[in-house]
Design a binder for this molecule. Structure first.
Ligand code: NAD
Length: 481
């Protein structure tokens, strides 16, 4: 093993202690670039989960009482530590998730910024004084909801946990966080930075294990007051159902199947270049990835040619190697899904413009793929691909394209390319989605909310809305005489 393949052993973090837990069970962690086992992650037992929840409940009153001003310095210090350690954390993220190490590093740096953004935003969680009856002081104040059970998937090993941890901690909540068993060591590195920065024991507890057992146990526990989940729509429905049974608020960041409408007045080459950047980032394993391309018929051939050129220019390989611009899929399930969706589209009459198959048999690599004239009934037009496959369709009428864009149960992201401000506003008004981008496919920012409508979920992460997801309003009416 070369030094760059050293993989730190992932552990549970319970009440301020790193431990392998008491279940005796473990599961292997694979490097998706080789398919080989690089480590093992311990599974939490029911007793470990109880310890985690007890710690989060015990730590909550003091953490909440610190106030935003008391919590902020710890979050700022953790951010500085994560930035200092970014190269090492990025290397670990690439080893276990696969994305190019430059992409991992950019993710670590960007995600670290959520800590300071929320440390400051929490200082602005203003209440209000409502004038009216002079004998009664009527105010609205915001209080942290309490201990949170958070569930985070594998596609953003650093960004995923920090999108939950930063607003929840800044708001004054404590957490039990179940992170993906497939990419566990990045979360350990991030939580280690919080620990070194001075986070009191019990404020954050990290668990891995059997996902249904953990979610059922944590959500049913009366000491847990809120549920935050990122993942697929089917699992999100199960989690939201469990939360509903015990009337707990839930924040659901689920899948998407983002349409891209390329209007007749757009620059087809620029639209293709920017669409491809969004499509193939993280090998397409992004909930907001552009994933259904509806292109005006007058531009279709030029757009398709330019997307194909972008796809062929990608250098697919081990994310730790120099010059690689697209890594492997994170797990073999994605390879199977890509093979199935491509075969289904071709069987229904789509044309393969480039790619279409697995690369080699070591690791989980799939060719950047472009399909043209994919019929709307193909699986890839209905179900989010979560992989590096771009299905293209042509349209003649913008209203029909909008109707098609909205014709799935998803409503997360949507993209449009046009040089007309009026057409852009028509797209913005018409798209049924929570995250809209015009003339680019750039990612999320700390200052603004992200989240979906329809089956893509409810609640928001990012911006002041993301902080308020972890706060509840108290109306206080105080008779002065
Ligand atoms: P999956 O739905 O089985 O798992 C997704 C995540 O949910 C994993 O981290 C898993 O550990 C967790 N999970 C699964 N069952 C759970 C349960 N009962 N309780 C708590 N957590 C549970 O799917 P997968 O094969 O890992 O990923 C593929 C699909 O997941 C993709 O097609 C995509 O739709 C979705 N996904 C979405 C995001 C996102 O950012 N919204 C991220 C990763 C995966």
């Amino acid at each position: 093993m070369t030094p760059s393949e050293h993989y730190p052993a992932p552990r549970l973090f319970l009440d301020g202690e790193w431990t392998d837990g008491t279940s005796g069970r473990r599961q292997p962690v694979l490097n998706p670039a080789t398919g080989r086992v690089i480590g093992e992650v311990p599974h939490a037992s029911a007793a470990d989960l109880d310890r985690a929840v007890a710690a989060a409940a015990r730590a909550f009153p003091a953490w909440a009482a610190l106030g935003a001003g008391g919590r902020g310095p710890i979050l700022h210090r953790a951010e500085a530590l994560i930035r200092e350690r970014a190269a090492e954390i990025a290397r670990i993220a690439t080893l276990e998730q696969g994305k190019p190490v430059a992409e991992s590093r950019a993710e670590v740096m960007r995600a670290a910024g959520t800590l300071s953004y929320y440390a400051e935003e929490a200082r602005r969680a203003y209440g209000r004084i409502i004038p009216g009856d002079p004998g009664t002081l009527l105010t609205v104040r915001h209080a942290p909801v309490g201990p949170v059970a958070a569930f985070v998937p594998w596609n953003f090993p650093a960004g995923g946990p920090l999108r939950k941890l930063s607003p929840a901690l800044a708001a004054g909540c404590t957490l039990v966080i179940k992170y993906s068993e497939e990419t566990p060591a990045t979360a350990c590195a991030i939580i280690r930075a919080l620990e070194v920065a001075g986070l009191p024991p019990g404020v954050v507890n990290l668990v891995f294990g059997d996902p249904p057992m953990i979610s059922q146990t944590l959500i049913a526990d009366p000491r847990i007051r809120m549920v935050a989940f990122t993942g697929s729509v089917p699992v999100g429905k199960q989690i939201a159902g469990l939360a509903a049974q015990v009337m707990k608020p839930s924040l659901m960041e689920l899948g998407g199947h983002a349409p891209v409408i390329v209007c007749a007045d757009a620059d087809p080459v620029l639209a293709a270049r920017r669409s491809a950047a969004g499509k193939f980032a993280n090998a397409g394993q992004v909930c907001t990835a552009p994933s259904r391309f509806l292109v005006h018929e007058t531009l279709f051939d030029r757009f398709a040619e330019a997307v194909v050129a972008e796809a062929r220019a990608l250098r697919v390989g081990n994310g730790l190697a120099d010059g690689v611009t697209m890594g492997p899929m994170a797990n073999p399930r994605r390879i199977e899904a890509m093979e199935r969706m491509v075969a289904d589209a071709l069987a229904r009459g789509a044309r393969l413009l480039t790619g279409g198959k697995r690369i080699g048999n070591e690791g989980f690599f799939f060719e950047p793929t472009v399909l043209a004239d994919v019929p709307p009934e193909a699986e890839i037009m209905q179900v989010e691909p979560f992989g590096p496959v771009a299905p293209l369709r042509r349209f003649a009428d913008l209203d029909a394209a909008m109707a098609e864009a909205n014709a799935t149960p998803y409503g997360l992201a949507a993209y449009g390319f046009t040089r007309s401000a009026a057409t852009a506003e028509r797209l913005v008004a018409g798209f049924e989605a929570g995250i809209l981008s015009i003339n680019h496919t750039g990612g999320s920012v700390h200052e603004a909310p992200s989240g979906g409508v329809k089956e893509s979920g409810h609640g928001r992460e990012g911006g002041p809305e993301g902080l308020h997801s972890y706060l509840y309003a108290k109306r206080v009416s105080h008779r002065l005489e």
